[in-house]
Design a protein around this ligand. Structure first.
Ligand code: DX5
Ligand code: ZN
Length: 223
């Protein structure tokens, strides 16, 4: 069970300091938005490059951008450990996933709430992660969509059927009330923005959330 705190809820003027507040995080989730694919604008490649140099925590880049076929490989080259692009935006998702892997990054495919996993079942062998969005992408602090729980379970079932080691990530509205539901449904990587950086002790919240996921997950042996 892995926790990926989203820097979207951190202080953008002090990103390296904010990263240092969550030393127990498995990943740092960086939300890249281009004001085209989503109606919000955040950071891009130069910030990811600088952040990579400033922290030893691996970067989990979530690209909410148009034309990831063109732009996503740059994030792998910049040192991101994981690069996730949106299915709705990619022209050739299989080719892009293979390119990201060839550059040394894990390849992730993200699905907006209305996008089903089934059309992508055949490409699981080319993926390291599927991100099931549990809010509409674009903003932090939104309410968790519990209607996504069946899609999390369906994604986990397809992964198990494929025999591939593909992680199932959830992002949006993940907190102490919702993480157990997602873990129970089969997620194993949890993005949390406001729940972590809005906490008095963000690193303690990382550990609390991981423990809750471990306790609820059918994938862990000690649950
Ligand atoms: C939303 C982003 C999320 C966001 C989650 O489009 O992809 O990563 O930071 O924020 P919370 O955890 O506050 O819902
Ligand atoms: Zn995200």
């Amino acid at each position: 069970m892995q926790i990926s705190p989203s820097l979207l809820s951190a202080d953008f003027a002090r990103l390296a300091d904010e990263a240092a507040r969550v030393p127990d995080a498995d990943w740092l989730h960086v939300d890249v938005m281009d004001a085209h694919f989503v109606p919000n604008l955040t950071v891009g490649l130069p910030v990811v490059e600088s952040l990579h140099a400033a922290t030893s925590i691996p970067l989990d880049c979530h690209l909410m951008i148009a034309d990831p076929d063109r732009w996503a490989p740059g994030y792998a080259e910049a040192g991101a450990g994981s690069v996730t692009f949106h299915a709705e935006a990619a022209h050739d998702p299989v080719r892009l996933a293979r390119t990201l892997r060839s550059l040394g990054a894990r390849a992730g495919l993200a699905l907006k709430p209305a996008t089903p996993i089934t059309p992508y079942a055949d490409m699981l062998a080319d993926l390291d992660m599927v991100l099931v969005m549990t809010v509409e992408p674009g903003f932090g602090g939104q309410r968790f969509l519990d209607t996504m729980l069946p899609k999390i379970a369906e994604t986990r079932a397809l992964v198990q059927r494929s025999g591939c080691d593909v992680w199932v990530q959830v992002d949006g509205g993940i907190n102490e009330d919702t993480i157990g539901l997602c873990a129970e449904a089969g997620a194993n990587v949890f993005v949390a923005g406001s729940a972590v950086f809005g906490a008095d002790d963000p690193d303690r919240m990382v550990r609390v959330l991981r423990d809750m996921a471990t306790a609820a997950s059918p994938l862990t042996t000690d649950s």
